[in-house]
Unconditional design. Structure first.
Length: 402
């Protein structure tokens, strides 16, 4: 039975090539657009996630004891200012599930010397063990501070590439000595270059020291800024609120300010969703137009085949046989259009990504979704013509043709 349906449908579609081509065109375009939408959407999503992973602040938020724009460079020395302590930071990490690290901002400017060379106003930062994890920072040579260095405040330093090139041009500075604010420190590592910060300063003009050593060198009164890293980026806003409430509970009457730097990423995600929605609507409209065209052309085809249908019914064909035949034909057209549309969509996706430097991710989702949509459109818009053909009275059909 299925073989007969297939042969009959193939013969009928081959006999009406122009109508078959028109019926295929609408669905083919819709499926091609749908394939492109899925590929570009997945590619855009993957690109956004990649950028999120590479952004230092994507899974972090910042805590401050004063509003933004009112000073506060990380540590404080004013006796009247409210500041956090290292005990607050430890409690924060221990008491709030989901917080993986808290990085206090210990920043100062100092004079660095080595031999007869001098660098003034070099950024000196006191860091904890989690610095690399929070800042996505790596060393290009040497090593990072050990637990012992951090705990005991050993006189060691990790220098930025600009500092290394200034004092030891063309040499590996690991193992060499420098003086920071008159204190002799051993260089144990060189940071990977990060270049300019975009604020007119060079991020490579930096020296890292253990926070315990920094405290001895600069004697900060406390902490005004802390960067907190979370385990899951989806929990950033919730954990920021919990951190604010937790620290304000530790210090009644004091206000804590938090900032979640997700505006740029959120805008990109919203743009991606809007673009995907727009293109999906275009694809659905194209599919619906293709379905309507198919329904109308199938109805015209039935009008032209009235005698054939009348003869088949006169020879014993049941209503179900006629409707199955018409539905089988529309399904074949949809499958053919769907497969062609998928191939066209893949080809156009490759061309678009090459010409416009877009990022696409082709997977099995696009072909499967496209084929399913094509078959659904074919069956949905084939029901009405199939029912019309099945309800034809054989006597009337034969008489109408003469």
């Amino acid at each position: 039975m299925k073989r007969v349906l297939f042969k009959t449908a193939a013969r009928q579609l081959g006999a009406n090539k122009a109508a078959t081509l028109f019926m295929c065109a609408g669905i083919m375009v819709g499926i091609a657009v749908l394939t492109i939408v899925i590929a570009l959407s997945q590619g855009t999503k993957a690109r956004i996630l990649e950028r999120i992973d590479r952004m230092a602040a994507s899974d972090t938020f910042t805590v401050r004891t004063s509003p933004w724009g009112q000073g506060g460079g990380g540590m404080g020395s004013n006796s009247g200012a409210f500041l956090l302590s290292f005990e607050d930071i430890l409690s924060l990490q221990e008491q709030i599930p989901g917080v993986t690290a808290a990085l206090p901002a210990l920043n100062a400017r100092g004079t660095v010397t080595s031999g007869k060379s001098v660098m003034d106003s070099v950024s000196v930062q006191g860091v904890v063990q989690e610095f690399q994890q929070v800042r996505n920072s790596t060393v290009q040579s040497g090593s990072f501070f050990s637990d012992f260095d951090i705990k005991e405040g050993s006189r060691t330093a990790i220098v930025g590439p600009a500092v290394a090139n200034h004092f030891f041009p063309g040499e590996n500075p690991v193992g060499e000595m420098i003086q920071v604010e008159g204190m002799q420190l051993e260089v144990i590592g060189v940071l990977t270059s990060r270049g300019a910060t975009g604020k007119g300063s060079n991020a490579d003009e930096i020296i890292l020291v253990p926070h315990t050593l920094f405290t001895k060198m600069f004697q900060p009164a406390g902490l005004s800024t802390v960067t907190v890293k979370v385990d899951n980026i989806a929990d950033v806003e919730r954990l920021a609120d919990e951190t604010k409430a937790f620290l304000e509970a530790l210090h009644p009457g004091q206000e804590i300010y938090v900032r979640v730097p997700m505006t740029t990423v959120g805008t990109r995600q919203e743009t991606s969703r809007t673009l995907s929605l727009y293109l999906t609507v275009v694809a659905i409209v194209a599919l619906l137009v293709g379905g309507v065209v198919m329904m109308n052309l199938t109805s015209l085809s039935i009008s032209a085949r009235t005698r054939e249908i009348g003869l088949r019914k006169a020879l014993g064909a049941r209503n179900r046989d006629i409707s199955q035949q018409i539905l089988f034909e529309t399904a074949m057209i949809s499958a053919l259009a769907g497969l062609t549309g998928i191939l066209l969509g893949i080809l156009l996706t490759i061309l678009l990504t090459a010409r416009l430097e877009l990022q696409a991710l082709l997977s099995w989702h696009a072909p499967v979704a496209g084929l399913i949509f094509a078959l659904l459109i074919g069956l949905l818009f084939g029901v009405r013509p199939a029912n019309r053909a099945a309800r034809l009275d054989p006597v009337t059909a034969l008489r109408s043709v003469g």
